[in-house]
Design a protein around this ligand. Structure first.
Ligand SMILES: [Zn+2]
Length: 312
């Protein structure tokens, strides 16, 4: 009877699997703060994408870790950059997998901020427009290498419109944009910075990420990104921001994604390891609740396991 009346059911198509691809390794390297998650070589990323597809998942989200970083984040938009190489390799081996690429500069900047910075005495500023120019270059370079969807995660103003315009003007009008529209400055990103090797070397990201005290502001940010041409809007992190997710889905009715982030992942892992609850039951509950709250798709490090659990 419960099955007959259940309102929310998970399918493998709900999940997007993040992959960390490193130019510095030829063998997978476990990420200590995220049990079960590894940095991968390009070849391993192709295998993972193929495996994900065999399990019924349809999309991967690619993050790159370059060999070298500099003040212009040149690895982000290099034609032979790590994400570009991975895109070509994945598309060659399994063209059916939807490839979404994280577009940001922090992994490629020597200082680890998401944009071009300038120091004024002791204070640093992230320069919005200079940063947007580099993000546009990066997005175009990803699209040309085979990205189906560009996912800008930087939170600079005006970047969605600028990227949309550049994609359209360069024959990439079929490439979609998944915007990290409401990305909050959160303590739960900690383990990710290990994974992507991108902690800021000075200051923090509160000048460009959102204050977790604000909800109406999130709706304004989402409205701007939709106006500028975002096809999918994303809320990040997930569980502590479930009210934002709900309001965005209700207000705009657009395809809405949520990113269940590294710290949220690590919390559940730690709890399960301590025997406080069952990992599988906890994850299924969390994912179902996120979908119930309006998520059309969920970025999660459990995507593979979920695909298996749902089948079984
Ligand atoms: Zn960033």
């Amino acid at each position: 009877m419960r099955n007959l009346v259940r309102e929310t059911n998970l399918t493998a198509h709900d999940f997007i699997l993040p992959l960390f691809i490193s130019e510095k390794i030829d063998k997978r390297r476990a990420i200590a703060s995220m049990p079960g998650v590894s940095q991968l070589s390009v070849k391993e990323a192709v295998d993972e994408a193929e495996r994900a597809h065999d399990l019924g998942l349809q999309a991967v989200l690619l993050f790159g870790i370059p060999k070298e970083k500099d003040e212009q984040a040149s690895g982000a938009y290099a034609d032979d950059g790590i994400v570009q190489e991975a895109l070509r390799a994945i598309k060659k081996k399994c063209p059916a997998v939807v490839t979404i690429t994280d577009v940001c500069l922090c992994e490629y900047m020597s200082h680890g901020h998401c944009g071009v910075t300038r120091m004024d005495g002791k204070h640093f500023h992230v320069l919005n427009d200079e940063t947007v120019d580099l993000l546009v270059k990066t997005a175009l370079s990803h699209a040309r290498a085979g990205a189906d969807m560009i996912a800008p995660s930087d939170m600079m103003d005006g970047r969605i419109g600028a990227i949309r315009e550049a994609l359209d003007a360069n024959g990439c009008d079929q490439t979609g944009i998944m915007s990290y529209a409401a990305k909050f400055a959160s303590v739960f990103y900690g383990p990710f910075r290990d994974a992507a090797e991108s902690p800021p070397q000075f200051g923090d990201r509160r000048s460009y990420q959102m204050d977790y005290s604000n909800a109406d502001e999130a709706l304004r940010e989402v409205a701007l990104d939709i106006d500028e041409g975002a096809d999918i809007v994303m809320i990040k992190p997930a569980l502590p921001y479930i009210d934002i997710l709900w309001r965005v889905r209700e207000r705009f009715g657009r395809p809405t994604a949520v990113y269940h982030v590294s710290g949220e992942y690590a919390m559940v892992k730690a709890g399960a390891e301590k025997g406080l609850f069952d990992e599988r039951a906890a994850v299924l509950e969390i994912m179902t609740c996120l979908k119930r709250a309006g998520a059309d798709m969920i970025v999660t490090y459990w995507a593979r396991e979920l695909a298996e659990w749902i089948k079984g």
